[in-house]
Design a protein around this ligand. Sequence first.
Ligand SMILES: [Zn+2]
Ligand SMILES: [Zn+2]
Length: 225
Amino acid sequence: MTHTRNTPASGADEFDDRTAPPGPPSERDLDQRSLRARTEAMDVMGIGSGQYRVHSESGNDYLVDVNDRRCTCPDHAIRGVRCKHLRRVAMEITAGSVAPPSYVASTCASCGDFALVPPGASEPHLCERHRLAVGDRVRDRETGDVIVVVAVSPRRADEVTIPGRNVTVAGYETNAAYPASDPVVAAVYPSVRVTREGARPESLRAYSFPLSRLERVRERDGARR
Ligand SMILES: [Zn+2]
Ligand SMILES: [Zn+2]
């Protein structure tokens, strides 16, 4: 996600508002705030339970709480106005570029990093980088095959035994490079056989992988991180 960098000619930032006279904001102030909320470069990151960290163009970090409608910037804290950070967070939630305020903080079961998940989400909780869902197309990093996820298990790769083999998913030779604590993901090869009766899947057999062996195939390659 890229942010627009076209800023007002004044190079406006928080300091303009700090030097403004006290009192109720004028119409012009409000217009300026919504303009800045839309056009300034700000990085918004959800940290859970309605809280967002906003890194502003001026280099400052502010904490926005959308449930309490509060921001730690001087514009909000001192002048009590609905600042550009609150507005920007609301815009990004509406646009779907950051997680909704109901999401809660958790830990990724694959890498241990911060993860935001819906309240009551079933295990495993996964970060943005490792999040996989049933139906996702993924690339097997070992073979390059593109396969389809049919299940994301909360069980670890060293707890799940491969059917018919006396070895766990973690113990399987081609999985040696991936963490034994990775959640196990089941996937199928989506090849189709066309017969007189119609198209049928070649095989419904699901194979088990440590999660980080699989890489999500993006809809638009390279569009996102
Ligand atoms: Zn603010
Ligand atoms: Zn992760």
